[in-house]
Design a binder for this molecule. Sequence first.
Ligand code: UDP
Length: 329
Amino acid sequence: MNVLVAGGAGYIGSHCVRQLSAAGHRPIVIDSLVFGHREALAPDIRFHQADLADEATVRTILQTERIDAVMHFAAFAYVGESVSDPLKYYFNNVVATLHLLRAMVATGVNRIVFSSTCATYGIPEVVPILETTPQRPINPYGRTKFDVESTLRSLQASHGLRFACFRYFNAAGAADDGSLGEDHTPETHLIPLAIGAALGRNPPLQVFGTDYPTRDGTCLRDYVHVDDLCRAHLAALPLLDRAGTGLFYNLGTGRPTSVFEVLDVVGRLAGRPVPRTLATRREGDPPSLYADSSLAQKELGWTPRFNHIDSIVESAWQWHTRNPTGFRR
Ligand code: UDP
């Protein structure tokens, strides 16, 4: 398939481009490079630097590249910033996606795989989280993703759009050959910050809250390897036409890991404890989020290959130790 990868120069998108090529598909990337890195793409990958809100350009790309399906990773994803600047998130994550969808409708491209998030569930009453768990996002970031999911449902009814929404849990890790990984500015995620602290590149890691009702008082999250996320995207492509309805899948390992447990793994790899300070809770952090991904297993045949936190953190460790300045060499 000719697959337009929106946000293909970003963290998850670039890993997906790699897998699409390896599987014999033809990925075509559109990325504004606001957060993405051109260096994350092999030189032979077709690349368009453009914003999704530039609808005329997107329409031209859909037509001239003879696109069969779209994978949409392009979004802003800082929860805290979404609270302080919601319009930035609604414009970038919702309005830009509406332009993309209108361009798809206009050109007859009717397949899309969308990156959604467990943040659409807010603070669930019950864990593990199923796809049927009520979605009650508690911040604008989660709401923007939820709004796009709703729009896709409406377009399925009105225009026969074929779509899959993947609700990612905590994406982590890096490509196993050490050539691709996480490079965010600013970085806010636990694993890269803990590795940076262990290597003396960052200040000590602040542990946000040690008084949660969990086994060691810190938050539990479901860390899932970026390459496993991408394998689910590829598995969904052939299903889009068959399903006849929108598809929704949680993607996580189903194993909750605490902040302290992540720090233990990083400390073992570093050969010394991760420098840390105990801080207060970060606003909006649910105590425990982990997935029941049995639907993805049943319908996509998806099981995560990296099913233990040790191997996930180890792959991130390889990337960060080998690439101290990320993609900037
Ligand atoms: N966390 C932390 N210190 C940090 C960053 C994150 O204690 O500097 C905690 C955070 O409170 C959450 C977990 O680590 O419980 C994962 O946070 P992250 O930002 O990586 O992902 P999120 O779960 O917010 O999507």
